[in-house]
Design a protein around this ligand. Structure first.
Ligand code: HEM
Length: 329
């Protein structure tokens, strides 16, 4: 069935899938509609663990995700198969553990709040964010600028330019970054993920929140509205196909050679649904899908609604001068 034949009531037509094909070598389909992503993600023949023998593109991507970003304990949970029972059990356990944290851990969160409110300036706020993420796992996790840079390198690895990956493999930068992040995380794969890929998205969101806090029209927005504007979702989440898959919104079936790319950040921007950013409605949901927005909501709220009597006088005066500056600028 071609896309034009789909009845409008089907609801899938607004953001059409885009298929890029180049002979037998390249077959990539880009999906940016939240419902289509959900439909495909739940399909039993779509697989998160990519098969390197499926195509040249699969081989290149697999090398980065499983080779370069592989650790002593194996691949990061975010690149593992849906059917892996241990992965699923840990995902569930973390989901539950994070549920009760409500924005904790405190000290790093307070520093993030002060940064968003414009009260504090850091050379790199990512250090505080990495510490916040690390302390979800280890109460005394200590971040440094070097550790943050190491985490950032790993976070950017899947989409880094080929010449950069070649250079950083050869000059040992990748190996050193992995070693530093793994050592600080006691080789715990979830902590490694949190203090690299997870941390980088939160850090970018926090920088967006600080910018937004300086715009007076944004200050009246609710925490959820501001998150819809500022939250940084993964630009691309990848899937392969175990066998041919037909979907009602695709004019041709997907094959084992097809690389399926969920454009999650775009789907989030189009839907405005926070759950879409974390793929929270399916088997692959982010276990931090509550703790991250909770922390961000609480720091945004604190940046704008601090009670006067809870604060020392100097801080209160600073607050009011800041608000005055905003009002008159
Ligand atoms: C703005 C922040 C974040 C966003 C938008 C986000 C989003 C996502 C998404 C969309 C996935 C699913 C990827 C896929 O199915 O291939 C995912 C998986 C995951 N995320 Fe996050 N994430 C964020 C931060 C974090 C943080 C801070 C942590 C750790 C504390 C974390 C831990 C994980 C883990 C472990 C998985 C893999 C779950 C599994 O399948 O076992 N994320 N995340």
């Amino acid at each position: 069935m071609s896309l034009d034949q789909i009845p409008t009531s089907f609801g899938f037509r607004a953001n059409k899938p885009l298929r890029l094909r180049l002979g037998p070598w390249v077959d990539v389909v880009l999906i940016s509609d939240a419902e289509q992503i959900q439909w495909l993600n739940e399909h039993p023949d779509l697989e998160r663990k990519l098969d390197p023998s499926a195509s040249v593109v699969h081989r290149i991507v697999s090398r980065r995700l499983y080779g370069d970003l592989g650790f002593e304990g194996g691949a990061l949970p975010v690149f593992r198969s849906r059917s892996e029972e241990q992965r699923a059990a840990q995902q569930k356990a973390f989901d539950k553990r994070f549920e009760d944290l409500r924005g904790a851990p405190g000290e790093a969160r307070d520093a993030i709040g002060a940064f968003i409110a414009g009260e504090k300036s850091f050379d790199e706020i990512g250090v505080q964010v990495q510490e916040w993420a690390g302390r979800l796992f280890k109460p005394h996790y200590k971040s440094t600028r070097e550790l943050f840079e190491a985490g950032r390198l790993l976070a950017g690895w899947p989409s880094a330019m080929p010449w950069k990956t070649i250079a950083d493999r050869a000059n040992g930068k990748l190996a050193r970054a992995k070693e530093a992040i793994a050592a600080a995380s006691d080789n715990d794969l979830h902590a490694i993920h949190a203090t690299s890929i997870g941390m980088e998205r939160v850090a970018r969101t926090v920088r967006n929140l600080r910018k937004a806090a300086q715009v007076s029209s944004k200050q009246a927005l609710s925490p959820d509205d501001i998150l819809r504007e500022c939250l940084v979702a993964p630009p691309a989440v990848l899937r392969g196909c175990k066998r041919e898959v037909s979907a009602p919104f695709l004019d041709r079936p997907l094959g084992t050679q097809t690389l399926v790319v969920f454009l999650v950040a775009r789907a989030f921007a189009l839907s405005g649904d926070l759950d879409v950013a974390f793929l929270a409605d399916g088997w692959s949901r982010c276990p931090a899908h509550r703790v991250v927005p909770e922390m961000l909501r609480s720091v945004w709220h604190a940046a704008h609604h601090d009670e006067l009597n809870d604060k020392p006088l100097l801080s209160t005066i600073n607050d009011w001068s800041r608000r005055w500056q905003r009002a008159v600028s």
